[in-house]
Design a binder for this molecule. Structure first.
Ligand code: NAP
Length: 255
């Protein structure tokens, strides 16, 4: 089986480096030079069985349209975009199965990519109405080989859930940082708790912008939900609620 990867940044580079350990891999990149199996030419993807599109969200529809003129109807194509509704609307000649690996770091680019990135991660997959289960099975086995396990969901549910666990938390982390911009003492006293809580403020800015622009409605709903939760915490039996949350968090991460 031959795997193709378009866009060799953090995610695409990590897929490329990991898949190479087991498969024949072709990478298409505008910036990575002098690496075996990597070229600028989309034609290198012609004989691939599965192609992973790993470009920024705001470029992905353009890239999928480009692939329409190159790949045939037997090729399985997936994207890795952090949002799934916008990519799921159009039908393509190839077998398109949108997906999203739940792994990443605050860094971007080929130089920060590494083959173990997906080890133990979950990988959301949203089947389309015409997806054949045997094609999903092929994609799933490659994802499993990358070290991740698939979770099936719908584009709508996916985009709402990632607003809760990723996009709104990033916005809150940014807001927490902005909130101490003018308080020198708070900055001097800020220690590991503040650093851990605000880690998501280090997110790749282009990707963060795509999330805010493209998932704004879901993010607003989550922020309203968070405000409601704060009210409930402060108006109810705070100690009891805080204890329940502590146990929930421990169970979520098994610690
Ligand atoms: P990244 O490190 O910036 O990589 C994106 C790559 O896309 C670039 O290295 C570049 O690769 C290519 N690219 C950039 N501009 C392009 C353009 N105008 N046209 C075509 N290709 C272009 O970003 P990333 O973190 O890997 O994110 C890529 C995708 O993964 C995004 O859709 C993002 O939503 C998704 N994702 C990210 C994370 C995360 O935590 N970072 C997690 C899950 C999913 P070449 O120079 O090789 O062409």
């Amino acid at each position: 089986m031959k795997i193709g990867v378009v866009g060799l940044g953090l995610i695409g580079g990590s897929i490329f480096k990991c898949a190479q350990q087991k498969y024949d891999v072709a990478g298409v990149s505008r910036s990575v030079k002098g690496v075996e199996g990597v070229s600028e030419d989309y034609a290198a993807l012609k004989d691939c069985h599965i192609v992973f599109v790993c470009t920024p969200m705001n470029k992905t529809l353009e890239v999928l349209d480009k692939l329409e003129g190159i790949l045939d109807e037997n090729t399985i194509v997936t994207d890795v975009c952090s949002l799934k509704e916008f990519v799921s609307k159009k039908n393509y000649k190839f077998k398109f199965i949108p997906s999203h690996p739940m792994a990443g770091t605050e860094h971007s680019g080929w130089e920060h990519s590494f083959p173990e990135l997906f080890e133990g991660a979950t990988w959301a997959v949203t089947l389309k109405d015409d997806t054949h289960l045997e094609d999903f099975a092929v994609l799933k086995s490659v994802i499993n080989d990358l070290g991740a396990k698939t979770i099936l969901t719908t584009p709508r549910e996916h985009d709402r859930a990632v607003a809760m666990i990723s996009h709104a938390p990033m916005l809150v982390a940014q807001a927490l940082c902005k909130n101490i911009e003018n308080n020198e003492l708070a900055q001097k006293l800020a220690s590991s708790g503040f650093r851990d809580t605000t880690r998501l403020a280090l997110s790749n800015v282009e990707m963060a912008n795509d999330m805010i622009v493209m998932n704004g409605e879901n993010i607003k709903d989550v922020i309203n939900g968070i405000n409601g939760s704060i009210d409930e915490l402060l108006e109810g039996d705070y100690k009891e609620e805080a204890q329940k949350i502590k146990e929930f968090r421990e169970e979520l991460y098994c610690v």
